[in-house]
Ligand binder design. Structure first.
Ligand code: FA5
Length: 339
């Protein structure tokens, strides 16, 4: 029985067979249990011998079964590991990398230019008080020019800022002129109840610029604006200054840039004029200076507000502003930052 059992065990190659052998040899109905159970029918002097012999066989078979079981489990594990080997020569999956948005790139470029000229970059709230968005900018309640910028109101006195100009008022109010002139830019999002079309969005960006010092003239403003246009668009793009009106500047001007590939013939973005308006500017109105507590006998300055969305359209030949807000990566990936 033992020899036969050991032979069967050594031939077994899976756990099911091992289990079957264990049950058939050592189970309740197996031969060894039967021998042990039949001891009571033996002569008393034979019982210890038979008992010891049966126990020895049972212990040995139990031990060999356990060893074989372990061996089979090890082989099984080795086979599994072999199957799961990683093929290091397979090409990996490429992780999609993000990049800064085309408008952020334009804003960064303009910021860099102004930081280089000693301007500070100031942040302001997007949910703004009527007081700073309009009143401090020479636009009292009921002023007709408020209609120039259709406003999203939150309450009577709170609104989504329609322009970055309130940051001018906030900064002027706290600037200590004994420490030197004020030179700042302020980039950020602005909101208007404009109907979306190829050149208008209800949420867009502006960069405000403000310089307050002694002896500032319109020539300083013009030179600064020319520098911006040349830096962003290159030498070959034309700019023109048109007289305009803003309640917070006097005199005021609007600046147009010649359109991409329009060659003066006109194109869709420029509504067949060959030009697109990219910024408003002017000499800071004395009322604005006075309201912020600036001494108009000593100080004056210029201000401008430019639209980076329009700048990006012109720089890259994008013919619809809505492209910037669709978050289509096929579009955005075309403007990856180089270097
Ligand atoms: C202003 O918002 C003035 N605060 C600018 C200013 C600042 C003038 C300081 C004088 C002194 P305006 O509404 O023209 O002006 O907007 C300025 C620029 O924002 C425009 O030239 C244009 O480039 C951009 N812009 C205006 N409306 C939209 C719009 N709906 N979508 C995209 N860009 C716009």
């Amino acid at each position: 029985l033992k020899e036969k059992g050991l032979e069967n065990i050594s031939k077994a190659d899976n756990l099911d067979t091992i289990n079957q052998i264990r049950v058939s040899l050592l189970g309740k109905k197996g031969p060894i249990t039967e021998v042990l159970r039949g001891m009571k029918d033996l002569e008393p002097q034979e019982r210890p011998k038979v008992g010891q012999f049966a126990n020895e066989i049972r212990d040995e078979l139990t031990k060999v079964l356990a060893e074989k079981k372990e061996e089979i489990e090890l082989i099984k594990m080795a086979k599994k590991l072999e199957k799961e080997t990683i093929d290091v020569t397979l090409p990996g999956k490429k992780v999609q990398q993000g990049q800064s948005h085309i408008i952020t790139q334009v804003i960064d470029e303009i910021e860099k230019l102004f930081i280089g000229m000693g301007y500070q970059v100031v942040d302001g709230p997007e949910v703004e008080e009527d007081h700073y968005n309009f009143e401090m900018l020479n636009l009292p309640k009921d002023h007709p020019a408020r209609d120039m910028q259709d406003t999203f109101y939150i309450t009577d006195n709170l609104l989504m800022r329609t322009q970055t100009s309130p940051v001018q008022a906030r900064t002027m109010e706290i600037h200590d002129f004994t420490q030197g002139p004020l030179k700042m830019i302020s980039p950020g999002k602005v909101y208007r109840r404009d109907t979306d079309d190829a050149t208008h969005s209800h949420q867009f960006h502006q960069i405000e610029g403000l310089v307050i010092d002694k002896n500032i003239t319109m020539a300083d403003l013009k030179g600064t604006l020319q520098l911006i246009a040349q830096t962003i668009f290159g030498e070959d793009r034309e700019i023109r200054m048109r007289p305009s009106y803003f309640p917070f500047t006097e005199p005021s001007a609007e600046i147009d840039v010649s359109c991409f590939k329009c060659n003066g013939q006109g194109c869709s973005v420029c509504k067949n004029t060959g030009w697109i308006e990219v910024l408003g500017a002017g000499m800071v109105h004395p009322n604005v200076l006075k309201m912020a507590g600036v001494d108009t006998e000593v100080y004056g300055g210029f201000a401008f507000g430019l639209g980076p969305d329009r700048f990006a359209m012109l720089k890259y030949g994008v013919d619809d502003i809505r492209q910037f807000y669709l978050n289509d990566v096929r579009f955005l990936n075309q403007f990856s930052v180089k270097g």
